[in-house]
Design a protein around this ligand. Structure first.
Ligand code: MCN
Length: 788
């Protein structure tokens, strides 16, 4: 049963200021690079400078012999194998230190160890690698062509996997359609670029007889499990700690070779060792994001009502499959949510994942859905153009009406609740669509062209066991635990298995505790990120923490509240039915005892407890969502752009988001999450890109050639909230942490295409760099010239 949202100033629904910010803004946060463990040695990874080669040998100067370690020094560690249960999946052995062969620029060949990072880098400079270079593949088509150089010799092609979804009769739709619209799209590869890079520090704790591994990770417990398997230590002898983590965005949600290599080196040397990623390493060798290609066909009637969609999603997943997500994740998720908020009955999708000589592809805010939204939303606009109608009308007419909820999509997703057309309408009203359409009727004084774009999506969050099983991953992320524990002075400690790296969870979980216990949030401490401290949990990713850990905290605190009531009533000498909890007290009319009195009795004076009541105020709960298919949040983004056809420059004039993540625990945090996500989505849309040349060299390896959106590029984003509680989660919460990053590429491309409509230009590739814009404009002008 969903509980009503209260108007308590600190409970669910209150915009409590983030409690963790004081520490972080005052410079009191402790990130991996702040750890100061005496005797720590620094590691610099010697990474491959070429894309594909057999390593004949690595020449190490005599005097550096003890400071350079290769795969041969760690024959006991296992490769990272991210294997999917999808039929035909080709698995890759990802060695922490490449054995004999490198497959992308950045693949690790050796660890160089120094007293300082500078010394470690100098040692790496002195090593000479003898490469036997092999031909490489950096293009998806070339990689799949017969006779292409093969990355993994035992495979029979460079295909990781192909999966299909086929719903409905496509032949009938083809025959019935009045219009057929085809589109080819590309979304470029980019990096995650968290403020803090990745990093690992490990040492052997002799007193506890355990290996301690600090990692800037989003899921310390899960890292402990896989590290234990890879390194051959029982989990009881491993402690994984995520200290303060300066942003993760998915890139810190993998088990990376660096974690395995540093842990193994600490065991070998018996000394603390650490590696801190630098920016170049991040851009070149961290798990990359996106790189999708879409071949789309929409079949529609003469009014633009879409009858069916065919989609081929091809993703370049790079050289290895990342653990635990597997290489097939991006294409599979994109293909599996393609129809989004639209009522499209017939859908045939193919998800193809290709292996190339590039850095492996991993999860990044929006995973798959940013591409799917780009695909379906630019397709809807193209359908509108084909039937000569405004996209806003065609969009609304194709949306799933609220009366159809719960709705089973053609991609087998079960949407739980919401009003998608209303959300889109509010976004369009928010951007003042009518006024923009009016403005477009007259030329702009500066010659620029104005365009308006809209894009909507659905985001599956809080999915449970069966849904994860269906994805065939090595781990099923079906639950989340919490422990709630009063201290004898009446303060509350929450221990959770998720990991806060910027989402405000230390605040919002305290709000959930307040909701159940009426305890002031200032009296609540949230502990997370240490596998030896908190219960085994899955971590923070997939917009799951608020629903899952929030659900667990709520359940644990509800149990605790019962006990607090019983003890408080006994201390007050009234029946338990006569008491309520308010502001850190058990209250009966005008009389009250504080939680401190209750906790004191529970721990220090068991003789004061009701007969038969156990001492202590300490409980735990495990939360699994009410329905495995999850709670679907959704949003519509609308933006206005001004395009200069002479320079190809795009300026964002206005940006509005209307979203619905069910019950909001903290609307202020939700709003900030949306805005942060939009900034990242604008990066995908307009700036961020790591192209590779034909030799497999990444062409953006510094912030000079990798462009990020800054404050001057991100407009003020107006966020409108809707709240349709999920019927399946505690409080009706839905996840939303990724959502902001999903729609911007689609909304911006639609706006730019709207602006350039009269010129016959249709942009099909992100980021929309001035270069791409000018090329497309010139091509359209040539085509029109030829047409004349
Ligand atoms: N929230 C809320 N009410 C809701 C839903 C969420 O108040 N109904 C608030 C909560 O404070 C919650 C936050 O919004 O902590 C995000 O909630 P949720 O959707 O559950 O997402 P997670 O907490 O699981 O965070 C993961 C998500 C993902 S997948 C990426 S990627 C991402 C993101 O969060 N990376 C981030 N937001 C980020 N924000 C920062 N600052 N840094 C990152 O690395």
């Amino acid at each position: 049963m969903n509980k009503p949202v209260t108007d308590r100033p600190q409970g669910v629904g209150a915009s409590v200021k983030r409690r963790e910010d004081r520490r972080l803004l005052d410079g009191q946060g402790e990130y991996l690079a702040d750890l100061d463990i005496p005797g720590t040695l620094d590691v610099h990874f010697l990474r491959s400078a070429v894309a594909h080669a057999n390593i004949r040998g690595i020449e190490v100067p005599e005097e550096r012999r003890g400071a350079v370690f290769t795969a041969a020094d760690f024959d006991w560690i296992k490769p990272i194998v991210a294997f999917s249960a999808a039929p035909g999946f080709n698995k890759s052995d990802y060695h922490a230190l490449a054995k004999d062969k490198v497959r992308f620029v950045g693949d690790i060949m050796a660890m160089c160890v120094g007293k300082t990072r500078a010394e470690a880098e100098d040692i790496a400079q002195e090593c000479v690698v003898d490469y036997d270079e092999l031909p490489c593949v950096t293009d998806m088509d070339a990689a799949l062509a017969p006779g292409a150089p093969r990355l993994h010799e035992h495979w029979d092609s460079n295909l990781y996997v192909e999966t299909r979804i086929e719903t409905g009769d496509l032949d009938s739709v083809r025959k019935a359609a009045a219009v057929t619209v085809k589109k080819k799209l590309r979304m470029s590869r980019h990096a995650g670029v968290s403020l803090e890079g990745r990093g690992v520090l490990a040492y052997y704790d002799r007193r506890m007889d355990e290996l301690v591994v600090y990692s800037s990770t989003q899921f310390p417990h899960v890292i402990r499990t896989i590290l234990s398997q890879a390194i051959g230590l029982p989990e009881s002898k491993l402690r994984v700690i995520a200290p303060d983590v300066g942003g993760g965005f998915g890139i810190k949600n993998n088990f990376n070779p660096e974690e395995l290599a540093i842990a193994a080196l600490a065991m070998k040397l018996g000394r603390p060792v650490r590696w801190i990623e630098d920016r170049r390493e991040h851009l070149v060798a961290s798990p990359h994001a996106r790189e999708h290609r879409y071949d789309l066909t929409a079949y529609a009637d003469e009014n633009g009502r879409v009858l069916g969609v065919e989609a081929i999603v091809t993703v370049d997943a790079g050289a290895y499959s990342v653990w635990p997500w597997t290489a097939g994740m991006e294409a599979g998720m994109s293909c599996g949510i393609m129809t989004g908020p639209y009522d499209i009955p017939v859908y045939h999708g193919r998800a193809i994942t290709v292996c190339t000589n590039k850095s492996p592809l991993g999860p990044y805010r929006g995973v798959g859905r940013t591409g799917a939204c780009f695909a379906i939303e630019t397709l809807i606009d193209a359908v509108a153009r084909a039937v000569h109608r405004q996209p806003e009308d065609v969009r609304l007419e194709n949306m799933i009406p609220p009366s159809a909820m719960p709705y089973q999509s053609a991609t087998h997703k079960l949407y739980d609740s919401g009003d998608y057309p209303e959300c889109a309408r509010r976004a369009m009203d928010g951007i003042n669509l009518a006024a923009v359409r009016e403005r477009q009727k007259s030329p702009e004084p500066d010659g620029r062209l104005i365009g308006l774009g809209v894009a909507s999506y659905t985001e599956q969050s809080a999915h449970g066991t069966a849904e994860w099983v269906a994805r065939g991953l090595p781990v099923v992320f079906g639950f989340e635990p919490a422990q709630a524990r009063f201290t004898p002075d009446g303060q509350l400690i929450l221990l959770v298995g998720i990991q806060n790296h910027g989402q405000g969870l230390e605040t919002t979980l305290a709000q959930v505790a307040h909701q159940e216990l009426s305890i002031p949030v200032e009296s609540v401490t949230v502990r997370h990120g240490d596998s030896s401290v908190s219960p085994y949990g899955m971590g923070t990713f997939a917009s799951r923490s608020m629903t899952m850990a929030g659900g667990a905290v709520s359940a644990a605190c509800a149990k605790l509240a019962e006990k607090v009531r019983r003890i408080g009533a006994h201390l007050l000498g009234v029946p338990v039915e006569a008491v309520a909890l308010a502001d850190g007290h058990v209250v009966a009319g005008a009389r009250r005892v504080s939680f401190a009195d209750v906790a004191e009795a529970a721990y220090l004076h068991p003789e004061r407890l009701p007969p038969g009541e156990d001492p202590a105020l300490d409980t735990s709960a495990v939360y699994q969502p009410g329905r495995s298919s999850g709670a679907f949040s959704y949003a519509s983004h609308a933006c206005v752009v001004a395009v200069d056809p002479g320079t190809g420059m795009i300026e964002l004039l206005d940006y509005v988001v209307c979203h619905d993540c069910g019950t909001m625990v903290n609307p202020m945090i939700v709003e900030a999450q949306v805005v942060g996500g939009v900034a990242q989505g604008l990066g995908t849309a307009l700036y961020e890109e790591i192209p590779y040349d034909e030799n497999g060299q990444p062409m953006a390896s510094t912030f000079l050639d990798y462009i990020l959106p800054g404050p001057t590029e991100v407009p003020d984003v107006k966020v409108l909230h809707m709240e349709t509680p999920s019927p399946h989660t505690r409080f009706g919460i839905k996840g939303m942490g990724e959502g902001g990053a999903i729609a911007p590429p689609a909304a911006v491309v639609n706006a730019v295409n709207d602006a350039l409509r009269s010129m016959g230009v249709e942009m099909c590739e992100t980021p929309l760099t001035p270069d791409r814009m000018l090329t497309a404009i010139a091509a359209a002008q040539t085509a029109q010239g030829n047409g004349n």
